[in-house]
Design a protein around this ligand. Structure first.
Ligand SMILES: Nc1ncnc2c1ncn2[C@@H]1O[C@H](COP(=O)(O)OP(=O)(O)OP(=O)(O)O)[C@@H](O)[C@H]1O
Ligand SMILES: [Mg+2]
Length: 394
């Protein structure tokens, strides 16, 4: 489980350290940085899948995603006596993302290529530093795998671990755009890197499922075993059927009956092509995917995501309440709370009923964000035990 999430210089997250529990509810006013936090986590997940640089480029490049405020605020600005004024940048451009749990931590530091570069990819961010350490805080003696520019070094094998200073530098340098986690995969010399990578690769993100008439979830789709609902919900029917066959089908029926009394999901099988349908009280035939209301379809999608028979290490939902009637929110909260017994869960939400229902669950913690001088901050910092965090230096 992650206990700390740390982000620096990513959009409005100038320097944010967030303590995490098993069920985390993130709220705050419009523009406070909730979606930025969600996106930062997703970027972090992409480092282990090899997509962090293209994803940053799609967001407008490093220059656009970097914190747009000054590097530091003078005391007069913080006290409200002066407006923020432009200054010359003193520090190197540095977007940093990291997390830590009880056993391992990971951080990545992205910057710009040297100015003299003649490459056509001069706008591509480069990975300057990556570290994996043992325990919740980065200390020199806890470092296990350390990437500095193109070089990766690993703390000595076998008996050499646990504070010893014999390091092995890998002969093969890594490219500036590749994370050490995608490039290096020898489980014998760096088992913790594989452990961290596999953990990150299992993280799952769901935001704003499409439910319009063209939405993939409404269409008939080839049905194969689907323990994981895809990002766009295209395999909804197969995912529901998989829950019925190898997962907790009773919980699925209960969740649907809970939200729509008397209703039951059915999977129509057209010779291997699956379609979702809902049998409802008072109707002579089940309603097909194309006939379901937006809210009904979205609830089915969320149920399929939350009841996955292969729960991820971390499940992140951005505004799952969208287009759901407030009366459905307590049922959704129960599904989320159930998922949080098997996965660590982060929910970004605006819906007071969902937030209130989730906050009543054991183990839940609410994280309220606000903006101070344009930067996202924890609203009641004193109420949290903000964990200690140390970034690797360049
Ligand atoms: N590069 C940047 N530097 C500083 N601030 C930025 C940068 N890019 C975006 N922002 C700010 O981040 C805020 C957007 O945050 P975000 O989208 O996370 O809000 P939100 O909390 O999800 O709001 P909503 O509830 O409306 O969805 C905007 O106010 C925007 O001004
Ligand atoms: Mg948002």
């Amino acid at each position: 489980m992650l206990t700390t999430l740390a982000i620096a210089n990513y959009r409005s997250l100038r320097e944010l350290i967030v303590p995490l529990g098993s069920l985390n509810v993130i709220t705050g006013p419009n523009g406070s940085g909730k979606s930025n936090l969600y996106r930062a986590l997703r970027l972090l997940a992409l480092t282990a899948r090899g997509g962090v640089i293209p994803s940053l480029a799609r967001e407008g490049g490093l220059q656009s995603t970097l914190w747009a405020g000054p590097e530091r605020f003078s005391r007069a600005v913080s006290a409200g006596e002066h407006a923020v004024q432009g200054t010359v940048r003193k520090d190197a451009v540095s977007l940093k993302l990291g997390f830590a749990g009880e056993t391992f931590g990971y951080a990545i530091d992205l910057g710009l290529p040297p100015p003299a570069s003649t490459s056509q990819f001069a706008l591509d961010p480069v990975i300057k530093r990556e570290c994996i350490w043992s325990g919740p805080i980065l200390r020199p003696s806890a470092l296990l795998v350390d990437r500095q520019g193109p070089m990766i070094r690993i703390r000595g094998e076998g008996g050499g671990r646990g504070g010893s200073d014999d390091w092995t530098t890998l002969a093969q340098p890594v490219a500036s755009f590749d994370s050490m986690m995608t490039e290096f995969a020898d489980p014998r010399s760096a088992p913790e890197m594989i452990a961290v990578r596999e953990q990150i690769r299992s993280w799952r993100f769901y935001d704003h499922f499409r439910t319009d008439v063209q939405a993939a979830a409404r269409q008939v789709q080839i049905g194969t075993h689907s323990p994981v609902l895809s990002d766009d919900g295209a395999n909804l029917a197969a995912a529901l059927q998989t829950i019925r066959e190898i997962g907790d089908g009773a919980a699925l029926d209960a969740a649907i009956g809970d939200a729509f009394p008397g209703a039951r999901a059915e999977i129509v099988n057209h010779e291997g092509r699956f379609e979702v349908a809902l049998r409802q009280d008072g109707l002579l035939r089940p309603l097909r995917g194309a006939e379901l209301s937006d809210g009904t379809l979205r609830y089915l999608l969320l149920a399929a995501a939350l009841l996955s028979p292969r729960p991820p290490a971390l499940l992140v939902l951005d505004e799952p309440e969208t287009s759901l009637h407030p009366d459905l929110l307590p049922s959704l909260a129960r599904l989320i709370a159930r998922a949080s017994t098997q996965s660590q869960v982060l929910v970004v939400s605006h819906a007071p009923r969902l937030v209130a229902a989730l906050e009543r669950e054991a183990g839940s913690q609410s994280i309220v964000l606000e903006r101070r001088l344009g930067a996202t901050a924890l609203a009641d910092e004193d109420a949290h035990d903000v964990p200690a965090w140390k970034w690797p230096s360049r």
